[in-house]
Design a protein around this ligand. Sequence first.
Ligand SMILES: NC(=O)c1ccc[n+]([C@@H]2O[C@H](COP(=O)([O-])OP(=O)(O)OC[C@H]3O[C@@H](n4cnc5c(N)ncnc54)[C@H](OP(=O)(O)O)[C@@H]3O)[C@@H](O)[C@H]2O)c1
Length: 266
Amino acid sequence: MTSPSLSHIALIGAGNLGQALAEGLLHRRILPASSICMTRHRTSLLEPFARQGVMVTEDNHVACRHAGILLLAVKPFKVREVVQEMAPSLRPGHILVSVATGVPMNDLRQWSGGKAEVFRAMPNTAVSIGESLTCIARDGGDDSAFQTVHELFDRLGRAVEIPEELMNAATVLGACGVAYALRFIRAMVQGGIEIGFDAQTAALIANQTVRGAATILLDGNLHPEAEIDKVTTPKGCTIAGLNEMEHQGFSSSLIKGITTSYEKIA
Ligand SMILES: NC(=O)c1ccc[n+]([C@@H]2O[C@H](COP(=O)([O-])OP(=O)(O)OC[C@H]3O[C@@H](n4cnc5c(N)ncnc54)[C@H](OP(=O)(O)O)[C@@H]3O)[C@@H](O)[C@H]2O)c1
């Protein structure tokens, strides 16, 4: 058998996240469609990708022969079965990156027979537009293989290396975080409608304002409170609104929501 190619990537279990990963790879032009392989049972659901030239198959062994980088995106309870099924097709040089919540690298290495370099990653759904924050973890492993994984997720947004024991926390803050942020935006839109905007205009204002606020912090590596100080005139309407939100438990409810998600995941 020829060595697996690192210039080919397979999405094993191309459901919601697997498809978002494929969209990101195509959107950011990281690979041509012909270098991407996607697997799932119901391959007819991947027809839009097949039409673009992506290889679509039910057969995870075909994917292993096609690609050197295997991104495993099946549900956590399916991981053991799928990795054990793939094991005979894994070769030294394969890189297996699991995005499944809560499945330790130790288990992945054992089930895969120790031939592939094993890592974990926790992207979020913004990976589809190349704007994910992806936490990645290693447990030893080959430096250049890890570098390859880090670069891949950097090109799909931003990647940050974390210890494996923080992977559950990464799931909450980074992956569930998308939902928290969207709920915040929805509330902002509802408030906007109440003070006079139609829904479409309120959504545009809220979406772009949130994007701008996040970009200010990211680009300048700034603390939110320093930026808040710049928009809070003494006795003004911003500080009055912010303080009322805090009286109503805004920060507290967000923090409690995050810790509740974390307790649930643990
Ligand atoms: N959604 C997120 O925001 C997010 C973020 C970070 C991490 N994750 C992790 O990503 C993983 C996938 O989540 P998801 O929401 O994308 O789930 P999902 O939509 O259910 O996708 C899982 C896919 O796995 C496929 N599958 C099942 N058995 C398979 C097999 N033997 N071989 C190949 N494919 C198989 C299923 O395809 P068929 O139905 O056709 O069998 C399904 O499309 C989970 O482990 C989750 O913890 C999700």
